[in-house]
Design a protein around this ligand. Structure first.
Ligand code: SAM
Ligand code: SF4
Ligand code: SF4
Length: 368
């Protein structure tokens, strides 16, 4: 198979599940082989999207012949909530709903409502958030807030309409995303974060206009290095604009000062405008790997658990759920999977050769 072909129904292989006979919950805090806790769960609720960003779902691959997962393969809202509850029992405090485009999943508000009810073992509410391309927010922001969503992140790769439409590749106008961001702010879903994936030669001329636009608005703009995730985007290192270079461009125009990280395992390096007019973040996934603090697990649309964005296979939790075992057994299985985790792909990138027969999971399937 050539690098730009994908099977009709995209579904990566599943690793063998080890279900411990003894379903006792792990004693003490759960850590992986590198001592990293399980803190953050990203839940993909659909593999479908109304955009075709070239770095994620290139149109020539994800065309009308591509078959998305059939509805019966998706985890139901009840199944997602049950798993989320188990994960929370194991230490997860943050849930991020993603996709594909999560707002395309019918009835998403009901799922948000169910997840918003969950509490940590000591009774605290979770940090419940969502990543969206913003295309539906004008209609949906208030309903999501009413359902219990606290805040959200919108992806936006430029302000110039020609650049943005070329990047989303479906002719979607910038104006509608900006209106969506305004709707999210008006609904109180703040502070809204905006993620911009930067590709050298494609949208790096949008860095300064984006910074100028979002300064003074309360929106936290975060620049993300273009990653080699998946197997379809034709990634090349020369299209990565290192954050260090991006920061130099910003510093030529703006006085910025570094901020201390607020949360352990935080992916963004935070900077604030010296005059107090806002904050930006740099996510240097390629040039400054942050695997050492990576406390994130990802649950795919069909219920596979992935321990790294660059994994080739996931653990089939849907099979486990549908086998009729109890929550304790599910918790013990997930704990065992996490305790065996050794993933640190970004740290090894360029140092160790990737396994030749491993096809990495696609971003729209696993969620960002
Ligand atoms: N559709 C939603 C959106 O775009 O926000 C949620 C899913 S999307 C896969 C999640 C995030 O992954 C987005 O912010 C997107 O820009 C980012 N992303 C996708 N492919 C990427 C890549 N190759 N490198 C860096 N970020 C990427
Ligand atoms: Fe869709 Fe988000 Fe991927 Fe763009 S980045 S194609 S909006 S899933
Ligand atoms: Fe985490 Fe894998 Fe990314 Fe490293 S490469 S930060 S382990 S998801």
């Amino acid at each position: 198979m050539s690098a730009r072909e994908v099977p009709l129904v995209y579904s990566p292989p599943a690793s063998r599940l080890v279900i411990p006979a003894d379903a006792a919950p792990p004693a003490g805090p759960l850590g992986d082989t590198l001592g990293r806790p399980l803190h953050d769960l990203r839940i993909s609720v659909t593999d479908r999207c109304n955009f075709r960003c070239g770095y994620c779902m290139p149109k020539q691959v994800f065309d009308k012949h591509h078959q998305f997962l059939p509805h019966g393969d998706l985890l139901s809202f009840e199944e997602i909530t049950r798993l989320a509850r188990v994960f929370v029992g194991l230490g997860v405090e943050k849930l991020r709903i993603t996709g594909g485009e999560p707002t395309l999943r019918r009835g998403l508000e009901s799922l948000i409502g169910m997840l918003a009810e969950l509490r940590t073992p000591d009774g605290r509410a979770l940090d419940l958030t969502l990543t969206t391309n913003g295309s539906t927010l004008v209609k949906k922001a208030a309903g999501l807030r009413d359902a219990g969503l606290k805040r959200l992140t919108v992806s936006l790769d430029g302000l110039d309409d020609a650049v943005f439409q070329r990047m989303n590749d479906v002719g979607f106008p910038v104006r509608d995303v900006l209106d969506g961001i305004a709707a999210a702010q008006a609904a109180g879903l703040g502070p809204v974060k905006v993620n911009m994936v930067v590709q050298r030669g494609v949208n790096d001329d949008q860095i300064l206009p984006m910074a100028r636009h979002f300064r003074h608005t309360g929106v936290v703009l975060r620049f993300i290095e273009y990653m080699d995730v998946g197997a379809t985007n034709g990634w090349r290192m020369d299209e990565v604009l290192p954050s260090a270079e991006l920061l130099q461009r910003l510093l030529q125009r703006h006085a910025l000062e570094p901020m201390d990280p607020t949360v352990e395992g935080e992916t963004a390096e935070r900077w604030r405008y010296a005059d107090g007019s806002g904050e930006i973040g740099l996510i240097s996934s390629v040039t400054q790997a942050f695997c050492g603090g990576c406390n994130r697990a990802r649950l795919s649309t069909e219920g596979r658990l992935f321990l790294c964005l660059f994994a080739g296979a996931g653990h089939d939790l849907r099979a486990l759920l549908r086998s009729g075992v109890g929550d304790e057994q599910i918790a013990a299985t997930i704990a065992g999977i996490w305790q065996r985790r050794a993933d640190r792909y970004s740290e090894l990138r360029g140092v160790a050769a990737p396994a030749p027969d491993v096809r990495r999971v696609e971003m729209h399937y696993i969620g960002g």
